[in-house]
Design a binder for this molecule. Structure first.
Ligand code: COA
Length: 434
């Protein structure tokens, strides 16, 4: 039978496809903007047929209706990262959060810490050999499909075809639903004066020939604004967004000096606007691989001069970094932060940056605090931290004593909070702050 015949034999409707989900199953949903929206919608509509289906997901960019209170008998969400559509359910204990490094998620599936019954994924149209691309999310989505007992795929003709280890043959899918709708877009963030000042400070640490890892949001985008005069930059990152496209077009990012995957931008997922999605479609200079490769610190470290830039909620005077919770409230997740901080610290001439506005809650709270809030999780340990950057400057903490770290951090805190921090520092070290 030709692959085309196999493809035709697997075609079905979303309603029929989700009937293969059984009560008590663990269902893994394709990540971020690759959430298969028609399948998720059909699954939610079919809720009366299920009891206690576990929904495993990371950054959930869809509606997250399976977390609504009335869904409780049917679905239980297990979040590997908490986002806008799932935060309320996690904070009200109607959904769970499972701590894990992004790089280890495929292992949770493969080694059956979290055996996968059903993978719901979204892919591109098949090519002439019958291969579909996972498009904008290869990360844990491809590994989940490889481990699942049942693979249900939406073939969306608007999904870009990305390169790398990003393909699945139609023979590996059990049920196929054809769809056509625009991929979820992430609008560009608003970059204010504070973000610009942070971006400018971070850019001072980026040398020509560096390879970058950037997180998501206003600060990474602000950093990119100040890199226009740099030369020969490269990308090895969990993800990137629209800001990178501009620097590629300006010739600043050319990946020529990379020591791993020279000439290629390597990521595990992508999120941005249609401009980004058109840029990566069939583009051999951008390669996506599963996250257990891209975010593996032993792979990251092979990029000499790698510089990772991430953000946090709070850093204490010892340099402990809380990035995912505000007290007991799980706000987000560890994502790839520690993967990159570890990888960059092992790389030759690698650097890692935690970049933050000096305050939060409209200036009422200092992010640099004497102690991490009670109940908060430490995401990056004080042993791993390297640079902390605010709009007031740069604190380099590696190799510094507790006393020196405290001093360096106070010097980049918001001036309104420095007297309080100095008082705590003097109490702790029993000497005058100079
Ligand atoms: N005390 C109290 N509230 C705080 C706070 C603090 N120390 N720090 C932040 N907040 C509040 C903010 O005021 C804001 O609330 P608001 O929206 O009501 O104003 C909210 O928490 C979010 O803070 P903000 O800094 O605006 O969030 P962000 O969207 O820029 O994300 C992180 C910052 C740290 C949460 C995010 O980068 C993250 O999840 N990092 C960990 C994962 C990671 O690094 N992954 C790798 C790259 S993708």
């Amino acid at each position: 039978m030709s692959w085309q015949d196999v493809y035709q034999s697997k075609l079905t409707t979303a309603k029929d496809a989700v009937s293969y989900i059984q009560s008590g199953n663990r269902v893994v949903i394709g990540h971020a903007v690759c959430e298969p929206q028609k399948l998720v919608e059909a699954m939610v509509n079919n809720k009366e047929q299920y009891e206690n289906v576990e929904i495993v997901h990371m950054v959930a960019m869809g509606k997250g209706e399976y977390t609504n209170p009335e869904m409780a008998p049917h679905f239980r969400h297990n979040a590997l990262f908490v986002g806008g559509s799932t935060r309320k359910a996690v904070s009200e204990a109607r959904a769970d959060y499972t701590p894990c490094f992004f790089t280890e998620i495929p292992r949770l599936f493969k080694e059956e810490y979290l055996p996968v019954d059903v993978a719901l994924v979204q892919v591109s149209r098949p090519d002439e050999h019958g291969y579909c691309s996972f498009g904008l999310s290869v990360d844990y989505t491809k590994p989940a499909a490889e481990c699942a007992k049942v693979v249900i795929a939406e073939v969306n003709d608007q999904m870009p075809r990305t390169m790398g280890d990003s393909f699945i043959h139609i023979s590996e899918m059990d049920h196929i639903v054809e769809t056509s709708y625009p991929i979820i877009e992430l609008p560009p963030p608003r970059i204010g004066e504070i973000e610009k000042a942070i971006g400018e400070n971070c850019a001072k640490l980026v040398e020509d020939g560096s390879t970058l890892q950037l997180g998501i949001g206003a600060i990474p985008d602000a950093v990119l604004l100040f890199l226009k005069d740099k030369k020969d930059l490269g990308i090895h990152s969990e993800m990137f967004s629209d800001g990178v496209v501009e620097l590629v077009e300006a010739g600043v990012i050319n990946n020529k000096k990379k020591t791993l995957h020279k000439g290629k931008m390597v990521v595990t997922f992508l999120m941005g606007t249609k401009r980004l999605y058109d840029f990566v479609d069939n583009n051999p200079s951008v390669e996506l691989y599963p996250v257990d490769y891209v975010n593996n610190p032993c792979v990251i470290m092979q990029n000499e001069n790698i510089i990772s830039i991430n953000s946090c909620i709070q850093v204490d005077l010892m340099g402990q970094v809380a990035s995912e919770s505000i007290g007991l409230k799980q706000f987000s997740g560890v994502g790839g932060q520690v993967d990159y901080i570890r990888g960059a610290s092992m790389a030759r001439k690698g650097k890692s940056i935690i970049a933050i506005p000096s305050t939060a809650s409209k200036g009422k709270v200092s992010r640099i605090a004497p102690f991490i809030d009670e109940g908060s999780a430490v995401t990056t340990s004080r042993n791993d931290v390297n640079y902390v950057v605010t709009e007031y400057g740069i604190a380099q903490l590696r190799g510094k004593s507790l006393k020196e770290r405290g001093r360096a951090l106070i010097n980049i805190a918001h001036p309104d909070f420095r007297p309080m921090l100095i008082e705590e520092w003097e109490k702790r070290f029993n000497c005058k702050f100079e």
